[in-house]
Design a protein around this ligand. Structure first.
Ligand SMILES: [Zn+2]
Length: 155
């Protein structure tokens, strides 16, 4: 299905990700438990149309993390088609993020490390063949967000 058809096809269901608003805001992000993984943006699940086909809902979980508006269009199309390789890549990316969150939480809570030292430790042990990685600066920013979420538990 082409993007044009996807956008203009008369589909009968409200988008379960953005609830038809065409935009994913912090309420949606909290509802779908993606606080560390998404930021507010136009909805990639319905491609900003607010409506989705029943096929889409049966193929792609609404909280499928990898499907965001910043992905290249061909990659989005593959997700929507249910391409197994692409879905697997998305699954691995989610595992990568979950592991990184756990790693940062543990070093913050038990070793009292700050974001910068956690990032440096992570990069020093990172496998060169790792499927996913983050630039040091982005990594630090990400870890700062993880720490921010954990702070209330410490105080
Ligand atoms: Zn939507």
């Amino acid at each position: 299905m082409t993007l044009f058809k996807f956008l203009f096809r008369k589909s009968d269901l409200e988008c379960p990700r953005c609830l038809g608003k065409t935009f994913v805001d912090w309420d949606d992000i909290r509802r779908l438990n993606k606080i560390l993984k998404w930021v507010p943006a136009p909805c990639a699940y319905c491609f900003g149309s607010g409506r989705v086909t029943p096929e889409m809902i049966s193929k792609v979980p609404v909280d499928y993390t990898y499907l965001t508006i910043d992905l290249p269009e061909p990659e989005m199309d593959k997700i929507k088609e249910g391409n197994p390789e692409t879905l697997e890549r998305g699954r691995l990316r989610e595992i990568f993020l979950d592991d990184l969150i756990k790693y940062a939480e543990n070093h913050y809570l038990y070793d009292k490390m700050n974001a910068e030292s956690i990032a440096d430790l992570y990069l020093s042990t990172e496998d060169e063949a790792a499927l996913f990685s983050l630039e040091r600066e982005n990594l630090i920013r990400f870890i700062e967000k993880v720490i921010e979420m954990k702070r209330p538990e410490v105080n």
